[in-house]
Design a protein around this ligand. Structure first.
Ligand code: ADP
Length: 739
């Protein structure tokens, strides 16, 4: 419609159109120009961005290039450093190799290396020399070839052996992970040790060392050792013989002096006789010590364990020491663990020796106070006990600087306080060896002026208790008074009585006891005779209306005099538990305490005792010692005579000396046992050996011969009496000594 109106206007319309068109065109051109200008601007800015990026890249690359350049230069530098290092290393390696070779060539031992196939790589001159120029050695040769060459060229002394066997033996070794060295003797007399070892890469490194000097020294040493052993055996045999030779006459001297002391003598004569006796005994002790020590040194001491009663053994040792303790007023006390068995399996002789040494020293070095042996034990299981034995004294003590040495041989404390004591200084050394042999240990605590406490520990097996005595009689006593002024023995005795079910009041003095008596009912009074006067106390108790039993204990019961009926028992100090127990049983019985001794049946015969002893002095000593017993005695001068007399006379007991001419005691015993066995009647005459030997193996070989018991000389009347009493047959008088 707009167009139709414009068309009606004519020519004016055309120019307007044109103007419009032009304007439009201009506007469009301007817009285009604008757009192009923007695009140009954009392109420009992109271009400049690009140019900037490009220049950055160029810059980076330039820097990279520079770095590469410096690195290259550094590398070049390092390379030349490495090259020179390498050169130096090569030089050092060559030097080390040269030195190694020089060293290998310098050593006297042969050295060679084989590869994993056992082919020779290198060998030094000494290794080559082993082949003594009799065959050439070259790299690549096999180990077994070389070994074969050694045998084939007579380089090795096969000592009559087969070359193949030797070769095979040498090669077989190499198969084992650890190659055992082999000593090879050469025909030129040298001894070479082949030591081979496998290297990491499988190489075999071989060393052949000349050990001829070592072998020679070894054989010299062996020869010297054999000579020394032979000398030692000769020394032991000499000591054994000397001991016998010395002991036999000494036993005569001591025995005779003993008998002499019992005759009527003037004071001077008594002094002389007693000196002879005690010197003789001291000499015998020294001989025994020296023998024991030399045996211990030669490791010849052996233990012969058998069941025995340790408590009894301790008491026996105490009783032996009682006289010297009593003379000084020193009391001996035993405290044996109440819950410990008393029978153990150990070597009774050696245990007694240990106790004798320790207790003997304690008594020797104590002037007043007491010596207390205490035994306690811990059960270790399977019937084994750890025994702790301590021996405590209130004697001179040992200074700390001496304590470490006293267990050494011939060591005695050298000072004023000690000078007056005799001894060899071997006792403790032997004791320590014995304890070590028993698997235990020994120690000492001591304070000078206060006393010492020696202790030892051993593990032993408990032995079967002896069959119970037929009377399991109960103890019915209730309340007891213990009267002792020494606290240690008072306490120990009180504890013992308490374990037997008694209630105990412990009193320090007679006055305290009398006061206690007023305080309540008392069934039993046990009092020390030695400290206060037990007999006087008993009399006073009676005076105060006490009618119950009184038991006294004393270090010398034989010396106690008292009116009959005043006291019901006198116990030997230290009190043996079983003695005390039996006494308490007796006192509990309403019936007479002990069965009255059976009078010997009318016309009962005398006991027959045979003694075999070749030494005339000892025969006389024996005869004198038993002269107070009502026995029939015959004496044989050797084993053969003993067997003959036994056959015809049938003695009840034989005392048999061991070393006798013609037939010794062992053989005589074996003969008697043989005849008894043949007769098959179950006869067994008790045979007690009398031995002067202290040398090893005696007790064993003696018992093995069929001997029942043995006594060591010098003979003791009490020991003979005990054996006679033990073996007195039922149809004979009990041959009690007359005094
Ligand atoms: P001896 O034969 O001299 O008694 P021992 O080897 O038995 O030899 O003892 C060595 C030393 O140890 C003794 O000489 C003594 O000096 C010291 N001695 C041992 N026991 C005791 C003790 N109970 N009290 C003090 N000193 C002791």
């Amino acid at each position: 419609m707009v167009r139709a109106r414009d068309a009606s206007r004519g020519g004016g319309v055309n120019s307007t159109d044109r103007l419009v068109k032009e304007r439009r065109a201009r506007l469009a051109a301007e817009r285009l120009l604008d757009q192009k200008a923007r695009e140009l601007l954009e392109a420009n800015s992109r271009l400049s961005d690009h140019a900037r990026n490009l220049s950055e890249v160029v810059l980076e690359q330039r820097q990279g290039l520079a770095q590469v350049k410096t690195e290259r230069e550094a590398l070049l530098g390092r390379n030349s450093q490495v090259e020179s290092d390498l050169e130096r290393a090569q030089a050092a390696t060559q030097l080390a190799q040269r030195r190694l070779w020089e060293a290998l060539e310098t050593i006297r031992d042969g050295f060679a290396v084989f590869d994993a196939d056992h082919r020779l790589i290198i060998a030094n001159g000494a290794y080559v020399a082993l082949f003594q120029g009799r065959c050439e050695l070259a790299a690549g040769q096999r180990y077994d070839q070389l070994i074969r060459l050694l045998a084939a060229h007579d380089i090795v002394d096969l000592d009559g052996g087969d070359a193949h066997d030797w070769h095979d033996g040498m090669i077989a070794r190499l198969m084992r992970p650890e190659i055992a060295p082999r000593i090879v003797k050469l025909t030129d007399g040298r001894h070479m040790k082949f030591i081979d070892r496998r290297g990491e890469a499988g190489d075999l490194v071989c060393l052949v060392a000349d050990i001829s000097d070592v072998v020679r020294r070894e054989s010299e040493l062996e020869e010297a050792r054999q000579k020394a052993e032979a000398a030692n055996r000769a020394k032991s045999a000499f000591l054994a013989n000397m001991s016998h030779e010395i002991r036999t006459p000494m036993n005569g001297v001591v025995g005779m002096a003993d008998l002499l002391c019992e005759t009527d003598l003037t004071d001077d004569q008594r002094l002389f006789a007693e000196t002879i006796k005690s010197s003789g005994e001291a000499l015998l002790t020294i001989i025994n010590d020296v023998l024991d020590y030399s045996k211990a040194e030669a490791e010849k001491l052996r233990l012969y364990p058998e069941p025995f009663d340790l408590e009894r053994c301790l008491h026996e040792v105490m009783l032996l020491l009682q006289p010297s303790a009593r003379d000084k007023g020193v009391s001996l006390i035993v405290d044996f663990d109440l819950f410990l068995p008393t029978r153990f399996t150990a070597d009774p002789g050696r245990m007694r020796q240990v106790l004798t040494n320790l207790l003997g020293n304690a008594v020797k070095f104590t002037a007043k106070g007491h010596v207390l042996a205490r035994v306690v034990g811990l059960e270790r299981g399977e019937g084994h006990y750890d025994l702790h034995v301590t021996i405590e004294d209130t004697g001179i003590g040992i200074a700390p600087e001496h304590v470490d040495h006293i267990f050494g041989e011939f060591n005695q404390v050298e000072d004023q306080s000690n000078r007056k004591f005799e001894g060899t200084g071997l006792g403790l050394a032997i004791t320590r060896q014995l304890i070590a042999l028993m698997g235990g240990e020994i120690w000492v605590d001591s304070e000078p002026g206060k006393g010492s406490c020696f202790g030892f520990r051993v593990t032993v097996a408990a032995a079967e208790p002896l069959p119970e005595e037929p009377s399991g009689r109960a103890i019915t006593l209730g309340a007891a008074l213990v009267v002792d002024e020494a606290i240690v023995s008072r306490e120990i005795l009180s504890r013992q009585l308490e374990t037997y079910g008694l209630t105990v009041r412990a009193c320090r003095s007679g006055a305290e006891a009398l006061a206690a008596l007023q305080g309540g009912h008392v069934d039993l009074v046990v009092a020390d005779q030695d400290g206060g006067d037990g007999v006087a106390l008993a009399a006073e108790l009676r005076g105060n209306g006490y009618l119950g039993p009184v038991l006294l204990y004393s270090a010398s019961p034989m010396a106690v005099r008292m009116p009959a009926g005043l006291v019901q028992g006198l116990l030997q100090k230290p009190i043996l538990r079983s003695d005390l127990f039996r006494r308490l049983q007796d006192l509990s019985d309403p019936a007479p305490a002990l069965p009255a001794p059976q009078p010997a049946p009318m016309g009962a015969r005398r006991m027959r005792v045979l003694t075999a002893e070749d030494n005339r002095t000892n025969q006389l000593v024996f005869r004198k010692m038993v002269q107070e017993f009502e026995i029939d005695l015959q004496i044989a001068a050797n084993g053969r005579e003993a067997v003959d007399i036994w056959r015809n006379w049938r003695p009840d007991l034989i005392f048999m000396d061991i070393s006798m001419p013609e037939m010794d005691g062992r053989e005589a015993t074996r003969t008697i046992r043989g005849i008894e066995a043949e007769a098959g009647r179950g006869d067994h005459v008790p045979i007690v050996a009398l031995t002067a030997h202290a040398m090893e193996g005696d007790s064993e070989s003696i018992l093995a011969a069929g001997i029942d018991h043995y006594l060591t000389k010098p003979l003791k009347r009490a020991e003979l009496a005990e054996r006679i009493a033990v073996h007195c047959p039922k149809d004979a008088h009990m041959p009690l000594p007359l005094r």
